[in-house]
Ligand binder design. Sequence first.
Ligand code: CA
Length: 368
Amino acid sequence: MERRRFIKTAGLGAVAAAGAAASFPKVAISQGRVEWRMVTGWPKGLPGLHTGAERFAQRVGDMSGGRLTIKVFAAGELVPAFGGWDAVVSGSAEMAHDAPYYHISKAVGAAFFSAVPFGLTATETSAWINFGGGQEVWDKLYNPFGLMALHGGSTGVQMGGWFRKEIKSVDDLKGLKFRMPGQGGQVLTKLGATVVNLPGGEIFPALQSGAIDGTEWVGPYNDLALGFYKVAPYYYWPGFHEPGTTLQVMMSKAKFEALPKDLQAIIRSAAAAEMDVMTSEFNGKSGPALNELITKHRVQLRQFPRDVLIAFGTASGEVMQEVLDKADPNSKAVAVSFLKFRKEIMAYSRISDLAYMQARLLSFKYPG
Ligand code: CA
């Protein structure tokens, strides 16, 4: 969707949504055709996230020749942005597309399937899920709730966020009112910030009114669409807290297993396809968006100082240790699997992706 139109209509969606929640549409099943409802955690039309959820639903409909259609509801249209878990558990929707870390109050281990501070990149996360035992511990974590989930997209590495004032030392974080979800928010809390989580559609007004001093969201592509640059000029990197945020297609396990095998395979394939397409969309569109933010909107790019990053890292390590020490057994099993994989992949990424990108930055003549 074109950006200005998105900004103009996003607010209207929230108003219309309040009335829509009153009556839940019934699931339609006739002549072997199934219609599912999918709620998302995203403002209607938000590029990348909500459009990605819609693309997933469209793909399932196309691949199944219309035998399984998925009706998509944006945040607030059927349930609130963070209501996906309860909606699927209660049966008011069959499926949700959102970020697992929105649900750490239900299961602490859910955070590991979206983003962990100083955790895995998007590529590394896929490797853990598909070939490092990640899907198995995810299945065990969600099973007691009657849920199951697949990865359904990633934003890639995120930015550190938007600040009204520069962050020159850890002291500058003290008392800062900042929007950051999941374990990243726990890290900022340890360093003296007052952390809130707000759904995407509510961040800009909170920032504009001064209810919050700053926010993280995703990266240049999405952040440009939401207009944060109008209020907070300093844009920090890197996003230590979300190095490769992945989103989920979360479903009722019983309803999934009741589907014919081919429709199950279609859902799995469409989710895997969206994992790839959404990641490439965020990566592909963030370069031009970053250029627009800097040249057109005069955004001030800043790197977090080394001492601040080390403080973030130390606090992140404490958050991890607390999961290992205090979490429920299934969440702890997720953390153990994740941390073992992190250690192994870091040894390889250091001499593969990292080493290559550093080599590419060396000074030599090259066209372009
Ligand atoms: Ca984020």
